[in-house]
Design a protein around this ligand. Structure first.
Ligand SMILES: Cc1cc2nc3c(=O)[nH]c(=O)nc-3n(C[C@H](O)[C@H](O)[C@H](O)COP(=O)(O)OP(=O)(O)OC[C@H]3O[C@@H](n4cnc5c(N)ncnc54)[C@H](O)[C@@H]3O)c2cc1C
Length: 374
């Protein structure tokens, strides 16, 4: 089922190298993590030891600098094996903001530990209770006081906040949006957190900071350019989200096809029914198309060309294809699709996380279609 593409020899190598580790952490491991709502520590540490967290970190700072293709295949394969790549995705990709915009001191202090997995760097705190998707009109403030900054912030739906050591915080200074690096080993209880229970096991929290004093050395990038610095990572984040969705879809397709070939009702395999075949065929075709778009974006990235609109398209297409695949899987598995032992219901819940695409569609309307803006 995996498409063979000319550029895929390194992708195939990554897939082969991953196989033994992923066999150790099969779907039942993830079902248990999901039920217990725990952080997948053993899996995460295994990926760290294998060197994957340094994928975007230069060798000079302890990384492997393997690049976005490796990261893309990695998260796809984790999900295709029935897992949840969110923590690995975060640990690989969030540190890019420090790689691209951090000070040499920040890089030397943290990046080697991030690459090895000893330091968890899983979180960007941007979303707020009032402003939601609007990351410009922030209520969280950073006020200069001598050489320091004083931070007041309320953030919501922040992934892995209670499982990370480092957080990138977006706040509004006089100059505009500005990024700060919070080291929770140092700040500890100065950052108040409350877990938010979601339909999917995504370990999100609300986060409150009251008059926290930070040195200027905690700032990432220029004051006033916080959102611009974050956005430089968005193309890769979208490709990785698309890759995760493709992995989820392929996991469900693999299982559904197997089930359709073995489950018999009315004295025949259910897979002979067009009512089972066509939804799977439609889903398969759309996943393959989304996959081509994913590689197309990576080609643009390699060539240093503008990949912004196409990365948005790849994410929209992949998440929609995965959503459609989940529907096809439910049809295939019938009532058993809702039983946790078949893993379809877990992927259904996890799939909800990927389908919020409105702002990406705004971006495509503007950048690809040139439609008028408000
Ligand atoms: C599982 C999960 C993990 C998350 N992790 C993080 C994290 O780690 N860090 C973080 O900062 N945030 C995180 N978020 C928050 C996420 O980024 C926000 O949910 C998102 O920015 C939207 O904010 P909101 O939910 O308040 O929706 P709102 O901004 O209230 O929007 C509600 C709906 O209206 C739509 N909408 C709003 N404005 C427009 C517009 N102009 N055009 C078209 N549609 C519009 C939105 O797309 C959405 O569908 C996470 C969310 C989830 C579900």
């Amino acid at each position: 089922m995996a498409p063979k593409r000319p550029l895929d020899s390194s992708a195939d190598e990554v897939r082969a190298a991953l196989r033994p580790a992923l066999q150790r952490f099969g779907p039942d491991y993830w079902r248990e993590q999901d039920a217990a709502k725990t952080f997948p520590t053993e899996f995460f540490d295994t990926m760290g030891k294998a060197g994957y967290f340094g994928t975007f970190i230069p060798e000079t700072h302890g990384g492997a600098d393997a690049g976005p293709r490796v990261a893309s295949v990695l998260v796809e394969e984790i999900n295709r094996a029935g897992g949840d790549a969110a923590s690995v995705n975060a640990q690989m990709a969030i540190c890019r903001t420090v790689v691209l915009h951090g000070t040499e001191e920040q890089k030397q202090r943290y990046l080697p530990g991030v690459a090895s997995g000893d330091i968890r760097f899983l979180t960007v705190a941007a979303t707020e209770p009032d402003s939601g998707a609007n990351m410009v009109d922030l209520a969280s403030t950073a006020r200069r006081d001598g050489d320091d900054w004083v931070i007041n912030a309320s953030k919501v739906l922040i992934s892995f906040a209670e499982h990370t050591r480092l957080i990138i915080l977006l706040a509004r200074a006089d100059e505009g949006t500005t990024l700060f690096l919070l080291d929770l080993d140092e700040l500890g209880d100065r950052v108040e957190m409350h877990p938010i229970d979601l339909v999917a096991h995504r370990m999100t929290s609300s986060l409150f900071i009251d008059d926290l004093r930070l040195p200027d050395s905690a700032r990432i990038g220029p004051a006033g350019e916080g959102l611009a610095c974050l956005m430089r990572g968005f193309v890769i984040r979208r490709v990785l989200a698309a890759s995760e969705a493709i992995g989820n879809a392929r996991f469900l397709l693999d299982r559904s096809i197997e089930y359709a070939k073995t489950r018999k009702t009315f004295n025949q395999l259910i897979g002979v029914n067009q009512g089972i075949q066509y939804p799977l065929v439609q889903a398969y075709a759309k996943v393959e198309a989304a996959d081509l778009m994913r590689w197309d974006v990576l080609d643009l990235v390699d060539r240093g060309e503008d990949a912004v609109p196409r990365s948005a398209m790849a994410k929209v297409l992949a998440s929609e294809a995965a959503w459609e695949t989940t529907r096809a899987a439910l049809t295939t598995f019938g009532g058993w699709g809702l039983a946790s032992e078949y893993h379809v219901e877990r992927k259904l819940r996890e799939g909800t996380v990927y389908v919020f695409n409105n702002l990406l569609m705004n971006l495509i309307a503007d950048r690809a279609l040139g439609l008028p803006k408000k």
